[in-house]
Design a protein around this ligand. Sequence first.
Ligand code: HEM
Ligand SMILES: Cc1cc2nc3c(=O)[nH]c(=O)nc-3n(C[C@H](O)[C@H](O)[C@H](O)COP(=O)(O)O)c2cc1C
Ligand SMILES: *[C@@H]1O[C@H](CO)[C@@H](O)[C@H](O)[C@H]1NC(C)=O
Ligand SMILES: *[C@@H]1O[C@H](CO)[C@@H](O)[C@H](O)[C@H]1NC(C)=O
Ligand SMILES: *[C@@H]1O[C@H](CO)[C@@H](O)[C@H](O)[C@H]1NC(C)=O
Ligand SMILES: *[C@@H]1O[C@H](CO)[C@@H](O)[C@H](O)[C@H]1NC(C)=O
Length: 558
Amino acid sequence: MFRYLPRAARSTAVGSASVRATARGRYFTSSAASSRQRTSLVLAAAAAAGIAITYKTFFIPSIKADEGTDKYPGTKQPSGQKLISFEEVQKHTKHDDCWVIIDGNVYDVTDFLEQHPGGAEIILANAGKDATKIFKPLHPPDALDTLAPSQHLGPVDPLSMPEPTEEEPTEEELRIEEARKKLPPVDSMLLVNDFEDWAEQILSGTAWNYYKSAADREITAAENQDAFRRYYFRPRMLRDATHGSLNTEFVGMQTALPIFISPAAMAKLGHPLGEVNLTKGAGKCGIVQGISINASCSLDEIMSAREQNQQVMFQIYLNKDRKASEALLKKVTELGASAVIFTVDAAWRSKRTRDVRAKAAVAPPPSSKDQSKSKAPLGVSQAISGYQDTNLTWNDLDFIRKNTNLPIIVKGIQSVEDAELCVQHGVQGIILSNHGGRQCDFAPAPIDLLYEMRINKPELFDKIDVMMDGGVRSGADVVKALALGAKAVGLGRSFLYANGTHGEDGVVRLCQILAEEITNTMRNIGANDISDLKPELVGPAGPWVYGNAPPWAGKSKA
Ligand code: HEM
Ligand SMILES: Cc1cc2nc3c(=O)[nH]c(=O)nc-3n(C[C@H](O)[C@H](O)[C@H](O)COP(=O)(O)O)c2cc1C
Ligand SMILES: *[C@@H]1O[C@H](CO)[C@@H](O)[C@H](O)[C@H]1NC(C)=O
Ligand SMILES: *[C@@H]1O[C@H](CO)[C@@H](O)[C@H](O)[C@H]1NC(C)=O
Ligand SMILES: *[C@@H]1O[C@H](CO)[C@@H](O)[C@H](O)[C@H]1NC(C)=O
Ligand SMILES: *[C@@H]1O[C@H](CO)[C@@H](O)[C@H](O)[C@H]1NC(C)=O
């Protein structure tokens, strides 16, 4: 039985909106990038994702050592490490001679300019400056590895850096600060969507648009939720349903609730350790988390944040470089994941409309004279999808099977035919999903697909564990899916929103809300345990007459 959990210590959620540098004593924070507007947008992005930002601070060496001699003027530390003065860095601002400072280190990006995925223009706008604040939220942690060692020039002399100025808060920062002040305590969140309502106010534009975003006109994203309105219960009375439990299992994993956290790439929007908040929350709730391999922290960090016996699933895409996928599968297997989720609905790109628009605001497309080279900004989601292979086939399942002995769950199944093919290929589970409406607009709502499968191919439910995600926004939604045959149900955005407003506490509270609603719904329709949830308890909305009646109408046992 799901226990109502003690609340974890109230934490950092409040007050992280203002992330201004404070120069005090011997520490200081690397200073601002040039464009106020862009800087603050990005800053706010990080702040809004709820992050207490720690731009890398560095220690000012107490001894000033001799001048260096070669290539550039600088000072030598006792260690022999040369320091480059800020004055020197400021000289390199041209297309054929361009340096930037990131996290206190100087980089020569002259030869990189034309290769930069974000365009040369935006780097040139920051040439000779400290670009840390604008760089950080837009890049994966390993982005700097794209530069050759010879392009890493060395640390800047911190004493030569200008005093960080107190920046005026931007409109967005103020908006977020105000919203944070008004944010109700986590206990007053009553519905799953309360988190979304507050997330819209509290997250930065960048983060909100990335999370909320869906493909094209967002028809499927809306339909995923709306479709649940087409199913109603047929509650049964006088069945004493007071003693049941919400414990269940899917694909061999035990869970305290019939829900899981759907994998979501964080796309550098939050703190690098962001995934850990979800992992800890999931641990406290006793539910399973699907972890995207595009999580922003290392798998080891996530794994060590788990409680004892806490189960996680790792979600992979197949890399163009299959050797990389092999290595990843090996690692995931060794680290002790309980299942591998293979996402098959995102091999091709899609237009995440809001995301692209938001990105255009942060990093306008270069106003290059050479129009052939200029390109529309990609949006966060496209920027992270480049390495995936686009030519996947059913044979690739055998590739995965060969490289792991973990149960395989195929995520992104959108037709009954493909569900059958999954059975034929011997996978253990499927997640009926359209990626939260983020890939193919006008893909069917997963709850409809589940109903279709129940009516047309009920035998599939005995051959494979069927899960679904997309549009689940209440305990009633969960119960409907379970009654139709789902073993468990995933939530994607709702967990991101809950974490975004209240961090780990929000994740736990979201579980509580769902646990309460699932329990109430089950008791009110006459179900004690998860195994009591049967198709007879649910069906199409409206009277079950003429063509609208499911096969079980009027036939369930009295
Ligand atoms: C100095 C060294 C830099 C390196 C090595 C670098 C590297 C990269 C890489 C590897 C990507 C692709 C990211 C991905 O796969 O998600 C990228 C994207 C991007 N970078 Fe940089 N970058 C640098 C500096 C900058 C600076 C200074 C800015 C802005 C002020 C910037 C703005 C962007 C933007 C906006 C994108 C996203 C492009 C898109 O989504 O269309 N970069 N960068
Ligand atoms: C911001 C975001 C990032 C996502 N990233 C991934 C991902 O990396 N891998 C994946 O399989 N699904 C990803 N998804 C899809 C979710 O796993 C899930 O299918 C979807 O969010 C469910 O719909 P819901 O948000 O309505 O609950 C992502 C979804 C969102 C909203
Ligand atoms: C969860 O919230 C924390 C704190 O607000 C943040 O640092 C982290 O990035 C968030 N994690 C995700 C996956 O969004
Ligand atoms: C996503 O994962 C792939 C494969 O591991 C990696 O090549 C890529 O850089 C990752 N992107 C981000 C943003 O972490
Ligand atoms: C798909 O492309 C990859 C390289 O990107 C290649 O190794 C693989 O053989 C291709 N698969 C098929 C089925 O063509
Ligand atoms: C998120 O996790 C980090 C790392 O464990 C922790 O320091 C931080 O307090 C958490 N934040 C929230 C809001 O839960």
